[in-house]
Design a protein around this ligand. Sequence first.
Ligand SMILES: Cc1cc2nc3c(=O)[nH]c(=O)nc-3n(C[C@H](O)[C@H](O)[C@H](O)COP(=O)(O)O)c2cc1C
Length: 352
Amino acid sequence: MDLGQFEGRKRDHIRHALDSASQAHGLTGLDSVRLQHEALPDLDFEQVSLEAPCLGRPMPTPFYVAGMTAGHPEAPELNRRLAQACAERGWAMGVGSQRRQLDVTGEGDLDRWTEIRRQWPTLALFGNVGIAQVISTPVDRIRQLVEALEPQALCVHVNALQEALQPEGTPQFKGALPALERLCRSLEVPVVLKETGCGFSRSTLDRLRDVGLAAVDVSGLGGTHWGRIEGARAKDQPGGQLQYQASLTFGAWGIPTATAVTYAKQSLSSSVEIWASGGVRSGLDAAKLLSLGAVRVGYAKPVLEAALDSPDALQHWMKLQEFELKVALFCTGSRSPAELRQKGEKWQTSAS
Ligand SMILES: Cc1cc2nc3c(=O)[nH]c(=O)nc-3n(C[C@H](O)[C@H](O)[C@H](O)COP(=O)(O)O)c2cc1C
């Protein structure tokens, strides 16, 4: 791996991710999901609890920071900022792709994660590798990443559109399913398959039924769009016109987050948790996704924005998500995210 090129790419990703042109605004499908207002909730606001177990472990909130590779000089500080806030507020934290630690020999990067784990020993962390690495790397190497981070789960990300449009991409996905199955059977930690903003179709989810996954993070269309980001990057590169023009064609490609959660509910067995991310921009969005069947809800770009601002801004933004979700729970007469999910099931049955 060319480290300079890798770091430059990660810096570009952050810059473009923060640009509103990279956001697939209005396409999550959440605008057409309405929660049913309960004018007479039989509870006090203070009785509302956000507690929601994560893969069997009790957690104070159903929220997580979706994995983001930092990749600029302040990256370690940014990760510490996120870890500190998540530990304080009871959020889980996905780390960005650990591909660099697989490809680079030297212990520095692994040590960084070991430090975070040492400083916040009870923080629920999710590791992160790409499907291309799962296909091409022996399981024992991936196990080393897991041992350094001691995550609660390992996320494997899939990003076919991004790899296809990225000038230096690795669109080699052949053999993904058996490789994933091998990983699930061999690793001691639960494995989560996550998209990165294009969601999962019903037929993909059907193929995932018996792979051994603990959860699927649908990460659907409606937020950060990697086709747009790679297109914008390609535009500035010599010879990148083809990718740039194609990215305009594919700017709304993907399965909306709300639709992907509904598909996941219909296709996956009930032992596989449904996590939802991709364009989640408020506690009300989170409530809608819980009502459709998600058990955890994740944010990427808005967390990055708040964390880059300041630790106080990050805390305020996280509190706002929690407060908005509590309001939605109270005003639907739900004591917990689990109760909202049960109500959502009833609403959907009576609507169909
Ligand atoms: C700057 C940035 C870097 C990201 N890096 C990764 C990554 O390394 N691994 C991964 O699985 N997803 C990565 N993602 C994707 C997010 O986890 C998430 O799936 C996607 O951004 C949609 O969420 P959002 O609309 O809230 O941003 C990244 C997102 C951003 C904004």
